[in-house]
Each structure stands twice: as structure tokens, then as C-alpha cells.
Ligand binder design. Structure first.
Ligand code: PGA
Length: 260
């Protein structure tokens, strides 16, 4: 069975005290739940909070509760003011990093080629990668979404040999992020199935069947169950709804019900 993953992307939100309260709230909620061996919970606070937040992940939960960064540098180290190296993220307790979130592709103009360098840095430093892809509303309206997603994944696929088990894909239609508009379960499933097909063509069926593909974009406790019930949706990358322990735990519950 593929790993199920619920990941919270806190983006550029919260002050330090709020970040501490949030991780404590999630940890204590997890304490009272029967977490399936097949589930991973991940939180991605902004860089300055990583070290502190990590200290609140209980040792007893560290086999399923992981810390992620939201981004890493394309460079190893050196004169890159403001950048944060993958080795530094590993140093402060990260097991994962997001790469290629649409907000970074848009505002930081990150190209597919740069993203490949980030993925390489992450792997070189023993970080697993949650790699984001997804189309804009214009691309969807022009029915170019499959083509766009294939392009976004093609370049990075060539770097995955030897690290396939360290790679997770998140399909995040840009028009659904932070908009309250979710892809329908059918729309999401259609793209997830397409991505699994790309994986199968490139790496074979076994790899395609084993890789987790998450959905992201206005996922919340009220729509999570229908999304997670789809055959190729293995979890969620959650933005807004991960900023409150209660709603994040609600989404985790939807997945626990699905696994049960
Ligand atoms: P959202 O964000 O859940 O607030 O739509 C998801 C994401 O950008 O990862």
C-alpha cells in the first residue's frame, strides 16, 4: 500500500508563539488518535521557526510526524545572501522540503531547470522532496493542463534515479490554491491518474504504484474525504486549513477513516 501523507504548508504565516501553539496542538491531537503505520503527517513552517517547532514534535511521534521546509537553495553553500541551504534544513531537523510550489514559480520566477537543482541539493543532503506541479486557470481553460503538468515533471524525472522513494508529487491546480475553489474529486483524480501514467511510462508500473501523489488547493475537513476516496489521491498538501490544529486534525481524521 502506498504511503498516505497529510502535509501542512504554513506559508508566510504565524508569529513564533502561534507556531509553537500550532505544533503543540497538532501533537496533542495526534496523541489521542490511533495513527496508522501507513500515514505520515508533515508540517512546513517558515524557515525561522523550523528549529523551535521541531523541538515540539514528540520523540514518540517522530516516526510518522515530520518537519519540512517550504523551499531550499539551488546552491550548496557560500555567498548567497538570504538563501537557505538544504544541509542547513537537514541540520535543524527537516526530513522534507517542498520544491516548486506555484507561489515560488510565480513570485520568484523559479524555472523547471532551477527546480531540478533544488531537488538535487535536497537529495544530496538526505531530504525527501514534495514536488509541486499544477496548471493556472488560463491553462485549464485552454485544456492545456495535461501538457503543462507533463512539462513540469519531465525535467525533474530525469534526476530521480536512485531517489524514487524520496520523492512525493503534489498536484496543486493554481486556480484552487487559497481561493476556496477546490478541484472536484473527479478533476483531481483525472490528473493524478495521468501523473501515475507518466510515472509508469518513465519508471515502470511498480514505481508508479508506490509513489504518493498528494492533492493541494482549498482542501479542508469538509471536502477531504471525497478527495481521499479517489484511487490515485494519496493525501493532501494543505495551506489555509493547516493553520488551525482543529481543521488540520480534521483532515487527518478524513484520511484515517479512508485507511481504516
Ligand atoms: P490552500 O493552499 O490549501 O490554502 O489552498 C494549498 C497550498 O498552496 O499548498
Amino acid at each position: 500500500m502506498r504511503k498516505k501523507i497529510i502535509a501542512g504548508n504554513w506559508k508566510m504565516n504565524l508569529n513564533l508563539a502561534e507556531a509553537e501553539d500550532l505544533v503543540k496542538g497538532v501533537a496533542s491531537g495526534l496523541q489521542t488518535r490511533n495513527i496508522s503505520e501507513n500515514l505520515k503527517v508533515i508540517i512546513a513552517p517558515s524557515h525561522p521557526y523550523l528549529f523551535t517547532v521541531n523541538t515540539f514534535i514528540p520523540g514518540s511521534q517522530s516516526h510518522f510526524f515530520h518537519l519540512s521546509a517550504q523551499d531550499c537553495s539551488i546552491n550548496k553553500s557560500g555567498a548567497f545572501t538570504g538563501d537557505v541551504a538544504a544541509s542547513m534544513l537537514k541540520n535543524v531537523g527537516c526530513d522534507f522540503t517542498l520544491v516548486g510550489h506555484s507561489e515560488r514559480r510565480k513570485y520568484q520566477k523559479e524555472s523547471n531547470e532551477e527546480l531540478v537543482e533544488k531537488v538535487k541539493q535536497a537529495f544530496d543532503n538526505n531530504l525527501k522532496v514534495i514536488f509541486c506541479c499544477g496548471e493556472t486557470i488560463e491553462e485549464r481553460k485552454a485544456e492545456k493542463h495535461f501538457e503543462v503538468i507533463e512539462n513540469q515533471l519531465e525535467t525533474v524525472f530525469s534526476e530521480l534515479e536512485g531517489n524514487l522513494e524520496n520523492f512525493v508529487i503534489a498536484y496543486e491546480p493554481v486556480w484552487a490554491i487559497g481561493t476556496g475553489e477546490t478541484a472536484t474529486p473527479q478533476q483531481a483524480q483525472e490528473v493524478h491518474k495521468f501523473i501515475r501514467g507518466l510515472l509508469s511510462n518513465k519508471f515502470g508500473n511498480k514505481v508508479a504504484e508506490e509513489m504518493s501523489i498528494l492533492y493541494g488547493g482549498s482542501c479542508k475537513p469538509t471536502n477531504a474525504s471525497d478527495l481521499f476516496a479517489q484511487a490515485d489521491i494519496d493525501g493532501g498538501l494543505i495551506g489555509g486549513a493547516s493553520l488551525k490544529a482543529e481543521s488540520f486534525l480534521g483532515i487527518i481524521d478524513a484520511m484515517l477513516n479512508e485507511i481504516a
